[in-house]
Design a protein around this ligand. Sequence first.
Ligand code: PEP
Length: 249
Amino acid sequence: MRKNIVAGNWKMHKTQKETVALLEEIIAQQTNTNAELIVAPTFVNLAKAVEITQGKGITVAAQNMHQAEGGAFTGEIAASMLTDIGVNTVILGHSERRAYFHESDALLASKVDTALKHDMRVIFCFGEELKDRQNDNHFNVVEYQLRDGLFHIDKKDWTNIVLAYEPVWAIGTGETASPDQAQEMHKFIRTLVEKVYGFDIADALTILYGGSVKPENAKEIFSKPDVDGGLIGGAALKAADFIAIAKGF
Ligand code: PEP
């Protein structure tokens, strides 16, 4: 059975005090959501977030991690440091990491390997830029991002993979892919996974949509058969909006 997930990527927002306040609001408001709730605060607030959400049915995820086991990588965070504090889910390949920090598909493939080696769940992000869609090249771009970043993994590891299709032109722009555009791409992705890994893996795979999801549009997007939830940026920073989105299921 496919799992519905609503994940909030908090990016470089919220001090520790603000993190605590937002989590307390989310915990207070979270009743009756038919989706797993995931929050991804900044690295420095992860341990506090794990402490506060203990036993509350909310998963804490990291926004990134380094591919090496450890060593002389100033400013970086290793998988074992995350699992050690109870963070077992990591977002990899967000378009901001790809664009501003030059994370390539090959680099992401090695991050995925490291995360899986540590039995972490990976929320793997990918999606085309506006020019790709305008040139009718969006299916190709998405296919190559998946083939080069992810399709080397073993069949058994797919239980630890969540996909997040995030068209770059819809992230933080207020532009949303229409529910039909999201469904069309999600169907394409599921079919691609099926071709390479078989029906059972494709059918069980959770595929999130990300890009300006708000309380007003979540329900319609989530009603599409191949959309299993959302990766939420801006709207995840307000508890009421985040929970209203999750109630879109
Ligand atoms: C994101 O950053 O993953 C995202 C989807 O942002 P927003 O919801 O603000 O478009």
